[in-house]
Ligand binder design. Structure first.
Ligand code: AMP
Ligand code: GLY
Length: 423
């Protein structure tokens, strides 16, 4: 079998790593991949948003299965483009990816199908948004969100009138995220613990992955700005079996059912980001793809052949597959470039990877790295994902942090409190 993974982050490296263990796979390609994936497959230099070119490549190479990592090619319709050519691809269609691509759509959808989420109002123009601020539609703090994709940076928590006006100016008037901010959602602030919940969806039912929690803030103690993710643990210490059942019943099932009713059948990976509130779980946002960096931690625990699962979702046989997971916990700590999530420098040499990898149970998934003449250099904000699995979370964290102690590059930073939950 020939398999193609689309994306170049830690998530895609971990997916490719898991796939590379499948005895069925003979050739593995990545578009564009990174410094680490070049060790397990062939990196192909095509922009992942050039969906026609990507599909042409897959057709020419006779790729048997393609797995898509990031949301942007999904929202642009890469799945439809592949299916037009008769190629197997894992991910939702353009029609179904709207659940992540438009927050306005997602909120109205949840309201229609009575899926628990924060109260909201949609502003279609800056004037309308400014009038919401004047009318004090919610108490502070509340959240102002760009409708479209903004690389995880389009949701702004505002604590005062001034901050609210500034958010509207940034998103709608100055269009910091382009057309993503043409409309915005005003949303009440939800208190609670955040958790990620991912299911494989065959369009009719959701088959849950093991639970996980990510750490979005830059600094220890959940301080500092939001990032693309500084770490993750699996399982989530906040989600027990009863809560899983509750989430399935109140959120996953009605979402998959509702999307079917709307003629937007959702096949692929559905990942609602949740807030566990006093009133129960509520949806913060939908994602139409694997989470990053949760997937890096989760892939460590997956025992079943990932290709079998991918095939099961595409060909509607997932219900017959017994997906097996290790009972041991796992985690992922992300090493980032100095300055991230704002401006940062690239091209710094990375030292110590060989030593770090020698620790038993540790896996290193690359994100923003490139390999040149046998050396690794930083090539992005999130650089490396240091992951481990062990009999207890304490042991996992011990392994990860001792691996990190061997690694260095100029400006490197990371959180030192991943997996140190009080609970
Ligand atoms: P989103 O882009 O909708 O996932 O939001 C990004 C982050 O902002 C979430 O992971 C939360 O930490 C926070 N957030 C978003 N919406 C809310 C809300 N209604 N209440 C509290 N925090 C929120
Ligand atoms: N971990 C957050 C995300 O993948 O969107």
């Amino acid at each position: 079998m020939k398999v193609l993974v689309i994306g170049g982050g830690g998530r895609e490296h971990s997916i490719a790593w898991k796939l590379s263990q499948s005895p069925q796979i003979k050739e593995l390609y990545l578009i564009p991949g990174n410094g680490g994936t070049s060790e397990i497959g062939e990196n192909v230099n095509i922009s992942l948003n050039e969906i026609v070119e990507v599909a042409d490549f897959a057709k020419e190479k006779k790729i048997d299965y393609t797995v898509v990592g990031p949301e942007s090619p999904l929202v642009s319709g890469i799945v439809d483009e592949f299916e037009k050519r008769g190629l197997n691809i894992f991910g939702p269609s353009k029609n179904a990816s709207i659940i992540e691509g438009s927050k306005v759509y997602a909120k109205r959808f949840m309201k229609k199908y009575e899926i628990p989420t924060a109260k909201f109002k949609v502003a279609n123009t800056p004037e309308e948004a400014q009038s919401f601020i004047k009318q004090k539609i919610f108490n502070f703090p509340y959240v102002i969100k760009a409708d479209g994709l903004a690389g995880g940076k389009g949701s702004i928590i505002v604590k005062s009138k001034e901050e609210a006006y500034k958010a509207v100016e940034d998103l709608m008037i100055n269009q910091k995220f382009g057309s993503a901010g043409e409309k915005v959602v005003f949303e009440e602030f939800l208190k609670g613990v955040e958790t990620s919940f991912m299911v494989f969806s065959d369009g009719k039912r959701g088959f849950p992955l093991v639970t996980s929690k990510d750490y979005k803030r830059l600094e220890d103690g959940d301080k500092g700005p939001n990032t693309g993710g500084m770490g993750a643990i699996s399982p989530s210490p906040y989600v027990d079996y009863d809560l899983i059942k509750d989430i399935q019943r109140k959120i996953v099932m009605p979402t998959i059912y509702g999307m079917g009713q709307e003629s937007r059948m959702f096949k692929g990976l559905l990942y609602p980001g949740l807030m566990l509130t006093e009133e129960g779980p509520k949806v913060l946002e939908y994602n139409c793809r694997f989470g990053d960096p949760e997937t890096q931690a989760i892939m460590m625990r997956l025992k079943t052949d990932l290709l079998e699962i991918i095939d099961g979702v595409i060909h509607n046989t997932i219900k017959d597959i017994n997906i097996e997971w290790s009972l041991e916990p796992s985690a992922c700590v992300v090493l980032v470039s100095g300055g991230y999530p704002e401006k940062y420098e690239k091209g710094k040499e990375i030292y110590g990877l060989k030593r770090a990898k020698m620790i038993e149970g540790v896996q290193i998934f690359h994100a923003g790295t490139k390999k040149e003449n046998g050396k690794y250099y930083t090539n992005g904000g999130r650089v490396l994902n240091i992951c481990a699995m062990a009999p207890s979370l304490n042991k996992v964290m011990e392994k990860i942090y001792s691996a990190i102690s061997f690694i260095s590059f100029e400006g490197m930073r990371y959180r030192s409190d991943i997996g140190m939950e009080k609970k």
